[in-house]
Design a protein around this ligand. Sequence first.
Ligand code: 1OR
Length: 304
Amino acid sequence: RKKEARAAVLSRGAQDYEKQTVKKSAISRDLIYHAIKRNMLFRSCSEEELSELVDVFAPSAFTAGSVVIRQGDDGDLFYIVEEGKLDVMVSTEGGHSQVVGVPYVSGSSFGELALMYGSPRAASIIAKTDCRLWFLDRTAFKGITGSYKQRRDEIILDTIRKVKIGDKVLGDVLRSSEIDAMALATQSDSFGKGDVICRQGEKGDAFYMVESGTVDVYVNEQGVEPVARIEKGGWFGEKALLTEDVRQATCIASTDAKCLSLVREDFVRMLGSLQDLLSGTAARPSTAKQQPPDGAQQQHSFEL
Ligand code: 1OR
C-alpha cells in the first residue's frame, strides 16, 4: 500500500496556458511516450496526461560538437533523444570537466532536474554526433499537468458534495469552505488488486472515496459474491467520520485502485464533530456573508 502525501488540493493557476500540438509520426510518439514513462519527472502523470504531453513535444536538431545544456545555466527545457549520441559532462570544483555515465542515445531523456526544481543545470550535455531531439518547455509541462491537477481537485470536491451520511447529503449540509477544507485533508492511497482496504469488525477511523478502479464490498462471507461494487466517484466507510465505529463490511480492491481517504481525527480537528454539523448544533465561526442582522439569532444557511 503506497501512500502519497497530498499537497494542497485546491490548486489554481495554469489557466492561461494554450496547448500547441506538434504533429509527429506514431513511431516518434511511441519513443517519446516510453521515454517520459521512465523519467521521474512524469511519475505521477496519468496515461491521459502522458498522451497530452507527448502531443506538445517539439523537434530540434544539433550538430556534432554543440552544447545542448551548459552546467550552471538556468534551464526550462527537457529533452528526449530521437537520434544521435550525446555525452554527459560534469565539471569538478577545479573547473575540470569529465564525462560521466554512459552516452545518451535514442530513447534517453535529460534536463528534468532544472524543470523539477528550478535549479541550475547539474551537468553539461554535449552532442557527439549530429542529433535530433524532442523538447518540452516548462510552461507546457506546468500547463498540462496543472490543468489535470485542477480537474482532479474538482472531481474530489464534487464527490465530497454528493456523499450521503444517513439521510443528509454533505453538499447540502456543509458550507463550501468546509468542503474545501475536507478536500485539503484527503490523501491519495493506492491499492493493488485484492488488497483489503477495511475489514468487517475492525475499528474504522477513515472514510474513502474511489478515485479510480473498483472496490468490492463483502458482508459476513468473503470469497462469495460481493454485496456491492463501488466505482469511481463512489465512497465507503463514511460512518467512520461520525464515530469511531466498527466496520460493517469488508472492502477489497477488485482491480488496482486509488482511493482518497480522510481520517476522522483530521476531520474533527478541522471541522469539529460531523455529528454536530449534521444536526446543526455545531458552533461555527460565521463568515461576513452569513453574518446575521444585528440582534438576530444566528441562523445557519441550510435547513435540516
Ligand atoms: P538538468 O536539468 O540539471 C542537466 O540538466 C541534466 O543532465 C540533468 O538535468 C540530468 O537530466 C542529466 N547529475 C546530475 N544530472 C545528470 C547526471 C548527474 N547525469 C545526467 N544528468 N550525475 C551523473 C550520474 C551518472 C551525477 C554527477 C555527479
